[in-house]
Design a protein around this ligand. Sequence first.
Ligand code: NAD
Length: 416
Amino acid sequence: MGFEKIVVPQEGTKITSSNGKLNVPDNPIVGFIEGDGIGYDIMTASKRIWDAAVNVAYNGNRKISWMEIYSGEKAASVYDGNYMPEETFDAMREFLIGIKGPLTTPVGGGFRSLNVTLRQVLDLYSCVRPVRWYRGVPSPLKAPEEVDVVIFRENTEDVYAGIEYESGTPENEKLARFLREEMGATFFEGAGIGIKPISAFGTKRLVRAAIQYAIDHKRKSVTLVHKGNIQKFTEGAFMKWGYEVAAQEFAEQTISWDDVASKHNGKVPEGKILIQDTIADIIFQKMILRPSEFDVLATPNLNGDYLSDAVAAEVGGVGIAPGANIGDAIAMFEATHGTAPKYTNLDKVNPGSLLFSGVMLLEHLGWVEAADLITKAYEKTLDQKLVTYDFARQMIGATEVSTSQFATTVIDNMSR
Ligand code: NAD
């Protein structure tokens, strides 16, 4: 396909997908969106580290060919004011795998979140956020090493579906009339109204991906996180459909908590993945007091949004937590924090979140040796207490380094 502004690298081959499996050549083309604000600094530093790791891990026999694609402020400058050009979606559909820096989203007006648009248009229905502690990272917990979970947040429905009607508009009044007169609903005059759709289809594909991940990565449990005690037909249904998909499609590999209690004296049989559920509010407490009891967590969109950031804070915060948005074939890896505009181009911030999103990308490609190399070199760098400002102010005896110096040290630590 020809693009207007995107330049496809001469060197490199397309990643393809067949029967749900990726075919990854030794020189794949991978898309990247630089991101606004601190995007340039963290993308530049992280690309150097990813490239070095691939080079060292495979003795120069593998290499990523990076292809810049555009969204956000850089897109607006390249595409004459268009923040989300159509060919960005086309490129992702064609090349399948990408990684992005943070993008600016206006609050309470302006255009819709570019991140949400990307997820919805490309149908990237699982937001995957692994949260674990890396040796040396400052944490408020006494035993941060007990935190090792992977959050699967549903990405396309719930209150994020964008079905909202502003108070005082004819649409709002029409819907309010219908709800009051035909459905018997009562609520205050002039209320803004939002709709929360949660479907069996949307729930099951998310929970299916979470269970498959647990199987592939030898995880012990999948916990369905929901607010079904209050929102019975949306959050409660999420729980019900989640158990259903486990029983109907993974009966061999999984067992529900009910069956463990009634048939196995409360002990999970060897080799089975436990499917359990918890109410959304209590999971915030449990993830602080007893994090080791959780493994893979599957949640609807809004709960997952809150939970991912809260759990990330236990092991160093969003400055280091990585993330990915994954559909059936297309995957977009992303820094989970925002654009931190006050630090733009200061070469100051922590590249950790984007860096580890790239580690997830390498694992997704099956390039685990390169991924592991980065994790080890990162831990070595933290042992040396060479860190960016955000960690330096929480660590005794640390030396503050710039984003680019941090990247150079991680690269140096790969070869030692
Ligand atoms: P933010 O994450 O940009 O920044 C909050 C604070 O966190 C910063 O001031 C900084 O102190 C710290 N921080 C963030 N990233 C860091 C890093 N890599 N290293 C060190 N410290 C870091 O959140 P915000 O200020 O609420 O949002 C700013 C903009 O980013 C908004 O336009 C918002 O919509 C957008 N945003 C985008 C994404 C995304 O693209 N995925 C996510 C969240 C917010």
